[in-house]
Design a protein around this ligand. Structure first.
Ligand code: PA5
Ligand code: NI
Length: 188
C-alpha cells in the first residue's frame, strides 16, 4: 500500500514532570523578556526587566516529527512565574498556520489560564492546573498565562501540519489580559 505520510520508526522520550523539561529534546526554544517587546501593556516595566538581566520567560522542548498530516507534534512548554508591571508572564500566543487544527494542553505543574480568541473577536479562557487538560479547538488562537509563583508546565500535542502563525497575534493582540491588582487576580 502506498504511504502518503512519512514512515518513521517508533520512539519514546523522557519528560521531567517536575522541572518541566525534555532532557533529550532535539529542539530547545528559549524566549527571554527581550523577545516579548510589544506584547505587554507596561512597556517600561518590560524594559526594566530586560535591564535587570533579561530573565528567561519560557522554554519549549520538542523532538520534531515530520510536519505533515498524520503525525503528531508534541512538546513541553514551561512558562516561568513573574509579572511585567502588574501583568502576569505569558507566552506570545499564536494561531495555527493551518487554522483547521486543534491542540491539547495537559498541565503537569502550576496554575494559570489558557487565553483563547478567534479572528472574529470571540474570547474565552480556561483555567490551567495540574491534571486538567485544555482543548484548543481549530480556529482559536491560544496563549498561556502563569498566575502562580512556580513554573507553569504543559504537555502540548497538535497535528504535524499545524504550524505557528505569530504575526496576526502580534498585530491584533488579545482583548483580555490577566493582572494582579490590589492583591487580586483580575481578567480585563
Ligand atoms: O504549540 C503550542 O501551542 C505551544 O507549544 C506553544 O508554542 C508554547 O507554549 C509557546 O508559546 P508560543 O508559541 O505562543 O510562543
Ligand atoms: Ni499551538
Amino acid at each position: 500500500m502506498k504511504k502518503t505520510t512519512q514512515f518513521i520508526e517508533p520512539f519514546g522520550v523522557d519528560i521531567d514532570l517536575d522541572i518541566g523539561a525534555m532532557p533529550g529534546a532535539a529542539h530547545h526554544l528559549v524566549r527571554r523578556a527581550s523577545d516579548m517587546r510589544g506584547y505587554y501593556t507596561d512597556e517600561a516595566a518590560l524594559e526594566r526587566l530586560i535591564c535587570q538581566g533579561d530573565p528567561v520567560h519560557y522554554e519549549v522542548f520538542e523532538t520534531p516529527v515530520p510536519e505533515e498530516i498524520g503525525h503528531l507534534m508534541y512538546c513541553i512548554s514551561t512558562l516561568q512565574p513573574g509579572r511585567v508591571g502588574d501583568e502576569y508572564f505569558m507566552t506570545k500566543g499564536h494561531y495555527h498556520t493551518c487554522i483547521e487544527t486543534a491542540e491539547t494542553y495537559l498541565t503537569l505543574r502550576g496554575n494559570g489560564y489558557m487565553m483563547m480568541k478567534t479572528a472574529e473577536g470571540r474570547v474565552c479562557w480556561e483555567p490551567m492546573c495540574r491534571g486538567r487538560m485544555v482543548y484548543v479547538p481549530p480556529y482559536w488562537a491560544h496563549r498561556s498565562i502563569n498566575t502562580a509563583d512556580e513554573p507553569l508546565v504543559s504537555f502540548c500535542v497538535y497535528p504535524g501540519n499545524a504550524g505557528h502563525n505569530y504575526g496576526d497575534i502580534a498585530s491584533e493582540g488579545f482583548s483580555k489580559r490577566v493582572y494582579l491588582r490590589d492583591g487580586q487576580e483580575v481578567i480585563v
